[in-house]
Design a protein around this ligand. Structure first.
Ligand code: ADP
Length: 396
């Protein structure tokens, strides 16, 4: 089965065409600057990269260019659109309505629309992607795979906030959590690796990328996670502040003489390790600056690792123990210094890192020693493959 996996952002569209039997990527690519000018980068597996700069006034046009590229005589990988058997859409917010992936129907679209105010930047873009694909590939089954769904198993005591109960009842103000597709994929793999798929288990997944979150997974189910009502909460990230005292918002709004919207924008886009260091949101730049003696870059890196270790500690308490920890995503898979720094805080749990094995980038490997009380792995995430697998499972 060929599954077309679509991840629509407000001005971008990432895609992969995946052969579900071999789990190979047949082609992948990215449309950028949708609504501004438009640029498609298309990469067939084993073939040459193809770039098309052409007006993309909307996502429908972007999808049309992608489908043209996929079926193009020179750069294409399929001879006609009939070779696309299904479309799997990444959808950011499923609210409390979706605890699992679903086949898209008109009712599902309405229910996703009802979650729009919970993710006003993301869900409308995801819906545009769905309607663009529906128009250009009528009759092809489509699925929605939600970032929030995996976390719907959190117990009430974990997802409720200490705010008046009626705000939960009336407005659904609560912790939702994100990166669920990645946390589900990596925790599933970790349980296979430690041979605990069928038994009681307590694991912690650290998805550390531009956006970062950590999830506690007990017996295969998410029981707590560091992101909250929005992806702004929890860890310090590339440009996001993570958790702060909410009173800072009002205080800054007065000091900066701006609205709360602007303060939230600062917390989302100008904070995190970039805001702290004044150097970059990219950990490679921070590592380089830190080596050159930039103290604020070193501080940003220390703060990142410290906060991550705090969250791991708190989730260990939540689950009353931890069998294994996995690192994933850009930083988790590649940055061995950060992994080492985080694991050093976890010595009290009996974590012992094998420094030689930890010196890897981007491959699946156990990085703790055999006598470490907690097993630690690096497991590359693959959200697109996870979406393709979910799609196939739903349609079969
Ligand atoms: P996003 O959340 O945007 O998907 P990523 O998971 O790609 O982000 O993570 C981006 C971060 O991962 C950057 O800070 C970058 O430094 C780090 N990173 C990504 N690839 C590498 C690499 N090959 N080597 C070192 N660091 C990397």
């Amino acid at each position: 089965m060929n599954v077309f996996v679509v991840n629509c952002g407000s001005s971008s569209l990432k895609y992969q065409l995946i052969d579900s039997e071999t789990e190979q990527v047949i082609a992948k690519g990215l449309c950028e600057r949708i609504g501004i000018d438009g640029r498609l980068t298309h990469k067939p597996n084993g073939g040459e990269e193809f770039i098309r700069e052409d007006a993309m006034p909307n996502h429908s046009q972007a999808v049309a260019y992608v489908l043209e590229a996929l079926t193009d005589e020179k750069h294409g990988v399929i001879s006609s659109l009939s070779e696309i058997d299904a479309v799997g859409h990444r959808v950011v917010h499923g609210g409390e309505k979706f605890a699992n992936s679903v086949v898209i129907t008109d009712e599902v679209i309405t229910a996703i629309e009802e979650c729009n105010d919970l993710a006003p930047l993301h869900n409308p873009a995801n819906l545009i992607g769905i309607s663009a694909c529906k128009a250009l590939m009528p009759g092809v089954p489509m699925t929605a795979v939600f970032d929030t769904a995996f976390h719907q198993t959190m117990p009430e005591k974990a997802y409720m906030y200490g705010t008046p109960y009626e705000y939960y009842k009336d407005y659904k103000v609560r912790k939702y959590g994100f990166h669920g597709t990645s946390h589900r994929f990596v925790s599933g793999r970790l349980l296979e690796l430690i041979d605990k798929t069928e038994t009681e288990s307590k694991v912690i997944i650290c998805h550390l990328g531009n956006g970062s979150s950590i999830t506690a997974v007990k017996d295969g189910r998410s029981v707590d996670t560091s992101m909250g009502f929005t992806p702004l909460d929890g860890l310090i990230m590339g440009t996001r502040s993570g958790s702060i005292d909410p009173a800072v918002v009002q205080f800054l709004s007065e000091k900066l003489n701006c609205g709360i919207d602007e303060v939230i924008n600062i917390l989302n886009k100008k904070s995190g390790v970039e805001g702290i260091s004044g150097v970059s949101s990219d950990f490679r730049d921070l590592d380089a600056a830190s080596i050159e003696g930039n103290e604020r870059a070193s501080l940003a890196l220390d703060m990142f690792a410290y906060r991550a270790a705090q969250v791991i500690g708190s989730f260990t308490a939540s689950m009353n123990g931890v069998d294994a920890i996995a690192f994933t995503a850009g930083i988790g898979e590649n940055n061995f210094k950060i992994r080492k720094e985080i694991c050093e805080y976890l010595g009290y749990l009996g974590v012992i890192l094998d420094e030689k094995k930890n010196a890897v980038r981007g491959e699946e490997i156990k990085i703790s020693t055999d006598d470490s009380k907690v097993t630690v792995y690096v497991i590359p995430t693959n959200e697109e493959l996870a979406i393709a697998r979910e799609t196939v499972a739903l349609l079969q």
